[in-house]
Structures are given as C-alpha cells and as structure tokens.
Design a protein around this ligand. Structure first.
Ligand SMILES: [Zn+2]
Length: 87
C-alpha cells in the first residue's frame, strides 16, 4: 500500500468502516511509515477535539474539507530524506 492509498482510506479507517484485510494493510504501512503515522495521529486528535466541543457528528462537508487539507499538506510535503521512492 502507498502513502496516497493510506490517506485516501483514512476516513473509512478511522470510522472502522473498512475491510479487515485492508485495515491490516494500513496498519502494516503505518507501522513502518512515519509520515502516515503523523497524519493519522493529527487526524485522530482533530476528531477528538471536535468531539470535545460537543460536535459529536462532524458534518460531511467539514470532514471532506479536513481530509482535503490533510491530503494537500501531505502531498506537498518536502521529500523524506530517508526514502528514495517516487510518489
Ligand atoms: Zn506512508
């Protein structure tokens, strides 16, 4: 699985709406990929924050805007020094 796939599936993963096999693949990638761990961590924290504000359901529009921003930030990140893979 690539970083892009992980980011694309992040929403379903966090909602536990994901195929167990796919979730296992994601966990495997995240365990080895610092970038994806940071993105996952940040997203989880944001969701918890939104929950704490009493907004138990994040509106879909807001959610996709959030994931859009994360995806953009992720794709525009400077290349990782420890990786030679082309994205
Ligand atoms: Zn990754």
């Amino acid at each position: 699985m690539t970083c892009e796939e992980v980011i694309a599936h992040l929403s379903s993963y966090l909602d536990h709406e994901m195929d167990a096999a796919l979730a296992a693949e994601m966990q495997e990638h995240i365990a080895q990929c610092r970038n994806c761990r940071v993105v996952l961590d940040t997203t989880q924290r944001l969701i918890v924050l939104l929950h704490d504000e009493g907004r138990h359901i994040i509106p879909m529009g807001e959610r996709s805007a959030l994931f859009d921003r994360l995806q953009q930030a992720f794709l525009n990140r400077p290349p990782a020094s420890d990786s030679n893979t082309t994205v």
